[in-house]
Design a protein around this ligand. Sequence first.
Ligand code: COA
Length: 160
Amino acid sequence: MRIFVYPGSFDPVTNGHLDIIDRASRICDKLVVAVLVNRSKTPVFSMEERISFLEEILAGRPNIQVLPFSGLLVDFMREQKATTVIKGLRAVSDFEYEFQMALLNKNLNPEIETLFMMTSINYSYLSSSAVRELACYGGNIRDLVPEAIVDRIYSKFKAR
Ligand code: COA
């Protein structure tokens, strides 16, 4: 069984992430969307919110599972019996950082492969921080995130 892991902060999930999730889920038996618990950046959306957004959007997709993770990605991969990390590349600027991460992970566990997918051109400018910035100032995020979570994103910033 080929198990892939797509890790990230998903603060919040965007249509760019979903594009990668859709395509990755077609080339493996099971895709684990792994939501990072603790890291240097403080998330705007809590772990519960980030997971519930993903679970709601991905409901009814039997080969996709959403799970929280903390610590090293390679350890999580081992626990999940996963072989491959999926990462999206949006632009050349993503490459250097991603290359470093892939090499670090390879060094930690040579059996793990990192597979890069080119993000679809329509989402190459998109990031979670762009969505947060727009939502914070009332800009239009409707084409950037799934319809189901638009209002909850706006509400979060109204409440802050
Ligand atoms: N569409 C839209 N946005 C995308 C995207 C896509 N296809 N791909 C990446 N992004 C954006 C994210 O939205 C995020 O945007 P933001 O910074 O504006 O919020 C940005 O790219 C970075 O993505 P993020 O989800 O924060 O993940 P990351 O690429 O920084 O890596 C982990 C996160 C979880 C993979 C990494 O930190 C990790 O493995 N941590 C565990 C510790 C570890 O094992 N470290 C490595 C060995 S030392």
